[in-house]
Design a protein. Structure first.
Length: 356
């Protein structure tokens, strides 16, 4: 057994015996996300390093405590990337935290989510058992795909030890086009473009301006630029802007006192929610909103009416639920999973705010 794993397993087993909660943490870059943090710290940063990487196979296996920026730098040396652009929120973010949070960046609507790129995972469950799921190829699952179940579980089902991820080559060409449109016009045009053979990769609308990023073969990007029109943005400036969007470093995300940041996931055809300052991503499918935590009923009602749901992403006051409460049949499945993977309820209790 890996020497770095022994103290982790021992600590988890002792915590389970005593019913003592553990707070799983990598770089702490997403401590703001979720309902609450409490329990004795279980630090995964010592569990770092790349286990295997074969560029020709487009697969990398990496330990959970590895910094995300280090992994991305390694992939870039070989002209490859994590196409779902996981938010980093600073330099300390780790691969394990990336998978546990399950967040994807600007390109998610075009390339798929983080979960789509998880091939396998090794975890320690709440009983201190080291378990492996999946592998290093896409078609490797018989029965339940537990490795992808860990994606977005916020550490409540197991401590992620290492993951295998599918990676892709960096597209040979890229361009960002700007359009001065209303939210409704931008959404309608994005829906029309979505039905055409265009290399759409990401989009963002805010303050009357739509930015669309194209990625793909050089000929495809050039043809799309001529078809779509708009004003082309210089590449260096565009890269900075998309990175700032990915990591929520844009002015829009700077909250005023009493404000909270809401993340509404809705169908891309949904009309404007009209709930206050808004930013739209994912070709209309993701709406960032700034509204007070006390506005939770109004925000969630509007998102549900549009066919989606809303998450209190930042700035909660502890009184409003961070995640939309689940319907009882689904909540029952969550409780059963929790009881199976973490019967003593010691792993990140309360992070998902479910009454297990």
């Amino acid at each position: 057994m890996d020497a770095a794993l022994e103290p982790l397993i021992d600590k988890i087993r002792k915590a389970a015996e005593r019913g003592r909660p553990l707070r799983i943490r990598g770089g702490g870059s997403k401590d703001f996300y979720g309902q609450q943090l409490h329990g004795e710290l279980l630090d995964l940063r010592p569990l770092a390093g790349v286990v295997s990487y074969e560029p020709s196979e487009l697969v990398v296996t990496v330990r959970a405590g590895t910094r995300l920026r280090e992994l991305e730098a390694l992939l870039a040396e070989h002209g490859q990337c994590l196409p779902f652009e996981p938010p980093r929120f600073g330099v300390a973010g780790t691969v394990g935290g990336m998978v546990a949070a399950g967040l994807s960046g600007p390109a998610r609507a075009s390339v798929g989510s983080l979960r789509d790129y998880v091939l396998g995972a090794q975890i320690i469950n709440g009983k201190g058992e080291l378990l492996s799921f999946g592998g290093q190829v896409m078609k490797n699952v018989a029965g339940y795909d537990v490795s992808r179940l860990m994606t977005g579980a916020m550490g409540t089902l197991g401590v992620i030890v290492q993951v295998s991820l599918k990676v892709l080559p960096v597209p040979p060409a890229e361009a960002t086009l700007l359009f001065e449109w209303s939210e409704t016009t931008a959404r309608q045009q994005l829906n029309r473009w979505g039905g055409q053979p265009l290399p759409l990769n990401a989009s963002c609308w805010a303050n009357g301006q739509l930015a669309v990023r194209l990625r793909g073969a050089r000929a495809a990007v050039q043809a799309a630029r001529q078809t779509m029109g708009g004003e082309a943005m210089d590449q260096d400036g565009a890269t900075r802007q998309w990175d700032a969007l990915r990591d929520q470093a844009l002015q829009f995300f700077r909250l005023e006192p009493g404000e909270a940041l809401w993340r509404a996931s809705v169908p891309d055809t949904a009309t404007p929610l009209n709930l206050g300052p808004t930013m739209v991503e994912w070709h209309g499918g993701l709406r960032w909103l700034r509204a007070a935590p006390a506005e939770a009923p109004r925000v969630r009602e509007a998102a549900a009416r549009a066919g989606g749901h809303a998450t209190l992403f930042r700035g909660g006051d502890g009184r409003a639920a961070v995640f939309t409460p689940l319907a009882e049949p689904l909540a029952r499945i969550h409780r059963a999973l929790k009881a199976e993977f973490d019967p003593a309820g010691i792993l990140n209790p309360g992070r998902m705010a479910l009454d297990y």
